[in-house]
Design a protein. Structure first.
Length: 485
């Protein structure tokens, strides 16, 4: 039996020849196992209107499960699993199809791991609609859970579903609920794989890469990190957090929001831990020039800033090395069109959702609700969300701008600003911060005053022990609003 080793390469090099070879080729062919991609050995059918218009080569794709204690020993059964992805996905698809679930919403209530990915892909191949996370009004027809996943993996001679049309629903993801009630985002087979293709473009992903996936698989970005690797033959490392960086030697990270701050502030991490990493693709309103510089100084790794949402991944990416473009969210990604209407970002492309669950189908340009500007070089600069704008005595106040100014203070770690109803001014900004060391509220107010207009000044700055986040990514502004209830 293998001992727990520091890296997967050590596992591959460790055992007897037969086991070593089994691990070294543990990738499993999935070509044709689900709609969205054609067999890699055959030309992609770009004119049929069915399936997707990209090729999928999974003969090189590898996925390894990482436990919190490190890379665990791989038992013979797990080696077989790594070589049997196509069979497992197809078996789940047959069982779901036999149950009459094509076109029905199937909830995936499984923990993070191989089985979750098999179930997701199995739903796609069966023509069912994968629902990785429940949301209000989801109308679930079947729940794939730990109690029935083994029965779904039992061999079934029943036929497979006919391949669904490219524009038929494939999955429904849930919005984060950071600014309101969560709702379903319906993606087609075409958009699922267009998102994977776009993510691969953002990271310049190749079969030589090792991608550490830390995002939750229940959201659109998390599962797209996996499918992007499957589409390019890159190795997926299913990690549980930033500690896995030093254990697994990834080449690509896609770490969002707060975790980048955690890396900068983690005394246990050093530049040597990031020696294998060539890029960290990130996004979010908290990616400031100061954070980009601090991350590069700490790790030696560039932060490549992009912009997207569960409705359409990805919209823009910044691949420029110019300091003048440091905090820009970049230019439109491949096959994505962007325009500004009254400073609001409007987009369209093959990776755009079909629409929201139980709402009118999306057609034409999608209004994101995000505000941006575009410079002469075609680089976009994120300015905030229309929903978050604070209207104070007729002035439009951007919370994002106030947050960026607050975070210039050396004692402030994180900042978030919300609007609070006011009988005389309509709304007033209130700031919430976490701090690195004690600082008086007046000192913070005095520091930000030269940067802000009078109507932008927060009427209060509240110091929190911990900033509330949703899935470790977005500030939970609904929770902040409850602070004064």
């Amino acid at each position: 039996m293998y001992e727990v080793l520091d890296t997967l390469e050590a596992v591959i090099k460790a055992g007897p020849t037969a086991e070593r070879d089994a691990l070294a080729t543990a990738h499993g062919r999935l070509c044709g196992a689900f709609p969205g991609f054609t067999n890699a050995e055959q030309p992609a059918d770009r004119g049929s209107g069915r399936g997707c218009t990209r090729r999928l080569n999974l003969t090189q794709a590898r996925v390894y499960r990482i436990r919190r204690t490190g890379v665990h020993r791989l038992e013979p059964a797990e080696m077989a699993q790594l070589n049997s992805w196509s069979a497992y996905v197809e078996t789940i698809a047959r069982n779901l199809y036999e149950r009459g679930l094509s076109g029905q919403n199937v909830l995936i209530s499984l923990p993070r791991g191989f089985e979750f990915i098999w179930a997701f892909l199995g739903c796609l191949r069966a023509g069912a609609v994968a629902v990785p996370l429940d949301f209000p009004g989801a109308e679930i027809a079947f729940d794939v859970s730990e109690t029935n996943i083994h029965s779904l993996l039992q061999a079934n001679p029943s036929p497979l579903s006919p391949e669904p049309p490219a524009e038929s629903p494939a999955a429904i993801f849930s919005t984060s609920g950071s600014t309101g009630t969560p709702k379903g985002i319906v993606h087609s087979h075409r958009s699922i794989w267009a998102m994977a293709d776009n993510l691969a473009y953002c990271a310049d992903l190749t079969a030589a890469d090792r991608f550490l996936v830390t995002e939750d698989l229940t959201n659109a970005s998390g599962i797209s990190h996996v499918t992007a690797c499957l589409a390019t033959g890159a190795t997926v490392l299913l990690g549980s957090g930033i500690d896995d960086i030093k254990k697994l030697s990834p080449t690509v990270l896609m770490i969002m929001g707060k975790l980048n701050h955690d890396i900068v502030n983690d005394a246990a991490l050093s530049r040597a831990d990031f020696a294998s990493v060539r890029v960290n693709v990130t996004g979010g309103s908290k990616i400031t020039p100061e954070l980009i510089d601090a991350f590069k100084e700490k790790t030696g790794v560039p932060l490549r800033v992009g912009y997207g949402m569960s409705e359409i991944l990805c919209i823009t990416i910044n691949k420029s090395e110019s300091r003048q473009k440091l905090a820009s969210v970049g230019r439109p990604t491949k096959d994505v069109e962007v325009k500004l209407v009254d400073d609001e970002v409007c987009v369209k492309g093959p990776n755009l959702m079909l629409g929201y669950w139980h709402e009118a189908p999306q057609s034409g340009w999608f209004r994101t609700g995000d505000l941006a500007s575009c410079d002469a070089d075609g680089f976009y600069w994120f300015k905030g969300r229309t929903k978050l704008l604070i209207i104070r005595e007729g002035y439009k106040v951007s919370p994002i701008w106030i947050e960026q100014v607050l975070q210039k203070h050396p004692a402030i770690d994180q900042a978030a600003v919300i609007g609070q109803p006011d009988p005389s001014e309509g709304e007033v900004p209130i700031a919430f911060v976490t701090i690195k060391r004690h600082v008086a509220e007046k000192a913070m107010q005095d520091f930000i005053r030269p940067f802000l207009n009078p109507w932008e000044m927060p009427v209060r700055i509240v110091v929190l022990e911990q900033m509330p986040f949703i899935q470790g990514r977005k500030v939970d502004r609904q929770a902040l609003k409850k602070y004064f209830e």
